[in-house]
Design a protein. Sequence first.
Length: 127
Amino acid sequence: MYIDEGAGAPLDAIGKSIDAFAGAAAAGQFAVNRTGGDALLAAIKKMKDWINEKQGDLGALEQQPMLGSSNAAQVMKPFMQQVATDERGFITQLMAFRETLQQAEDAIKQAMENYREADETSASKFA
C-alpha cells in the first residue's frame, strides 16, 4: 500500500488536484453539460451523505478502546486512538476528503455554468 508521506499527507495529492480542478473551472478552461454534471453531483452527494451519516459512529474511534489492562493492551490503546485521530488519522483524512468533495461540487457547478454560457454564446451566433 502506498502512503504519501509528503506535506499534508496522505490526501495532499488529492487536495492539489481538486485545487487545480476548481481553478480550471473558475477560469472557464472546461465545461460540463447538465447530464454529466448532474451525474457527478449525485455521486458527490452520495459520498458526502455517507460521511455525514457515519460521523456519529466515528466518535467511538476517537476514544481509546477498552482492551483490558495487560501490557500489550496498554501499548495498543493510545496507538489505536492515534491511528484514527492524528494528522494522518482516518477521521482527520475522512473530514479532509469531505472538504475536497465540497470543492469538487463547487467546481462542477461552475463547469456546468461554463457549458451553459458557451452554449448560449454559440446559439446566439445562429440567431
